[in-house]
Design a protein around this ligand. Structure first.
Ligand code: ADP
Length: 188
């Protein structure tokens, strides 16, 4: 099972990604989590990452690829992957697609978690301030960054014929059911 999750911040990618991972027995690879771990270890790379994360800005593509791609390739031995937060830009998607194709492990589906704008702003306003990048102001900025850099991936994956639109506005369990109904059919 090789799945990519796409959707705005607040769509529920993390929650659904975990559930998909446990149902199909594949690793949930969250680029944000990988980066936060690196920050916590206080490495030089972590210090660089921190500036981008705290501001809600994208980490540069070459750095993202160098940190995430090896983990993705290693996941093949674990039955595949659920990618959450990566790819996030067109250059990332193109680079990842090429490497994946060469390794014969292209994604089988891209789940696009769609949330109406008004539901999204409600969810963002409800967010706590536990994470440095979770203030309302930074959350809004992340939404703008998403719209400009990540949303274009919907067209890219649509052209590749692997996008599946999921209405992510119902309660969490309903969204999971909708996702499982799709993935059960491509389970291998
Ligand atoms: P959420 O799941 O809350 O939308 P993430 O945990 O995926 O957020 O990402 C947190 C931050 O990590 C982003 O705001 C960005 O700074 C950085 N980041 C994560 N993945 C990527 C990526 N693929 N490309 C660039 N930056 C990334």
């Amino acid at each position: 099972m090789r799945v990519i999750m796409l959707g705005p911040p607040g769509a529920g990618k993390g929650t659904q990604g975990e559930r998909i991972a446990s149902r199909y027995g594949v690793p949930h690879i969250s680029s944000g989590e990988l980066f936060r771990d690196e920050v916590a270890r206080q490495t030089e790379t972590g210090k660089t990452l921190r500036r981008y994360l705290d501001a809600g800005d994208l980490v540069p593509d070459d750095l993202v690829l160098s940190l995430v791609m090896d983990r993705v390739l290693a996941a093949e031995a674990e039955g595949g992957f659920v990618l959450d937060g990566f790819p996030r830009t067109l250059p990332q998607a193109q680079a990842a697609a090429k490497v994946a194709r060469d390794a014969n492990m292209s994604a089988q589906a891209v789940l696009y978690l769609e949330v109406p704008a008004e539901v999204l702003s409600e969810r963002l306003a409800d967010r706590g301030e536990g994470r440095a990048d979770d203030t309302v102001q930074v959350a809004r900025h992340r939404l703008d960054v998403y719209t400009e850099h990540t949303k274009p991936l919907v067209d890219y994956y649509e052209q590749r014929g692997i996008i599946v639109r999921i209405d992510a506005s119902p309660p969490v369990d309903e969204v999971s059911e909708a996702i499982f109904a799709v993935l059960d059919r491509i389970d291998d």
